[in-house]
Design a protein around this ligand. Structure first.
Ligand code: SF4
Ligand code: SF4
Length: 76
């Protein structure tokens, strides 16, 4: 199953919970900070995403949307 995530840069606080929770190593932290001063997360290896939604479940800011390709439905 292929998945896709969308991270809201305005909500992300750079806590890295999503990075640590992803079993596929999809997510990385930006090297430059945003306007708010946070080093935000981004899906560096989107092709590995399975749509499991673990990252979204761990995110305290509700900044991650997860989509599963086979269902064409938003999972989280
Ligand atoms: S949905 Fe699963 S595989 Fe995809 S980025 Fe999140 S934790 Fe990783
Ligand atoms: S868990 Fe949420 S707030 Fe924390 S780095 Fe990931 S997207 Fe940003």
């Amino acid at each position: 199953m292929k998945g896709k995530i969308v991270i809201d840069k305005q909500l992300c606080k750079g806590c890295k919970y999503c990075v640590m929770s992803c079993p596929k190593g999809v997510i990385a932290i930006e090297k430059q900070f945003n306007k708010m001063g946070y080093f935000t997360a981004h899906p560096e290896h989107m092709g590995k995403c399975t749509g499991c939604a673990l990252c979204a479940q761990m995110c305290p800011e509700l900044a991650i949307e997860v989509w599963a390709e086979n269902s064409r439905k938003k999972k989280a």
